[in-house]
Write a new protein. Structure first.
Length: 271
């Protein structure tokens, strides 16, 4: 069933549970992700990043994602990930997305807050903001990491009225070079200043279970996963399949297996 991220994330945050937000790029990924969510009876977010749209157009992906969520037997929110362009944010809202992430992390904190609150006018219930810059990117040019400043995070969150906040604490999109080194001191300070605001950890692929267990105790309730699913899709597609139908099933199955593993971890570290 299609729901607002609020329906999933507000109780998860209160109860200290981690929710998976899985990015998709095609039909098979979407099917694999939702098959796993249904099997584990886990509410999830299904997301597509703006940078992915040249390869997977929103006009095609959006209705498919929204309808897949509607038909799912578990609550599923559909969210635009790293939205920057006003026209893309408006298109996602018009297509029935229930969450929008505005990524103004490259802007000054004031401008970021101003533009984040302007997204509210699109009438979508749930707005995710970001403060600090993550290393790596969702299909775009590599960015240098810039840790979130707790004071700025507080000012930004209060000025923008965002419903949840993505933090940059050493997490990165793509594959980590070595073991991820998350700065829990920064996370703890952000959570201390904003105790009622759900926090989001991007760059979920490759973050060890022990780190997830620490993060969920410090306000993180949503973890974004993209690379693991795209890798799984590629792996599924790389096995000799024989015909298109077997290929399609192999891709969905591989993403399903990867998503099952992530959801199992999120379940294990949740209260
Ligand atoms: P990964 O690609 O590291 O899984 O990160 C996904 C993400 O944060 C999407 O916004």
């Amino acid at each position: 069933m299609l729901v607002s991220p609020r329906v999933i994330l507000a109780p998860a945050f209160r109860q200290g549970r981690l929710v998976g937000a899985f990015n998709t790029g095609n039909l098979e990924m979407t099917m694999g992700i939702l098959r796993a969510a249904e099997e584990r009876k886990a509410p999830v977010l299904l997301q597509i990043a703006e940078k992915r749209l040249p390869h997977s157009p929103l006009a095609l992906m959006g209705p498919m994602m929204v309808n897949a969520a509607r038909q799912a037997t578990v609550p599923v929110a559909v969210q635009l990930d790293h939205g920057e362009e006003p026209a893309v944010l408006a298109e996602a809202a018009a297509l029935g997305f229930t969450g929008l992430m505005f990524d103004g992390s490259a802007l000054s904190p004031d401008e970021n807050a101003r533009r984040t609150s302007a997204v509210r006018a699109l009438g979508v219930d749930w707005i995710e903001g970001e403060i600090g810059v993550l290393a790596g990117s969702e299909g775009g040019p590599e960015a240098e990491a810039l840790y979130s400043d707790p004071g700025q995070a507080q000012t930004y969150a209060e000025a923008s009225g965002c419903d949840c906040l993505a933090v940059s604490i050493g997490n990165a999109h793509g594959h980590y070079k070595g073991k991820p080194r998350l700065n829990f001191t920064i996370l703890e300070e952000i959570h201390r200043r904003l105790p009622d605001l759900p926090l989001v950890l991007h760059g979920g692929t490759g973050i060890p279970k022990e780190d997830l267990a620490r993060a969920v105790k410090l306000g993180i309730c949503k973890v974004n996963i993209a690379t693991a699913s795209f890798d799984a899709l590629y792996k599924g597609a790389s096995k000799p399949a024989g015909d298109y139908f077997s290929l399609s099933e192999a891709m969905a199955q591989s993403v399903y297996e990867s998503t099952m593993k992530q959801l199992e971890w999120f379940g294990e570290v949740s209260a």
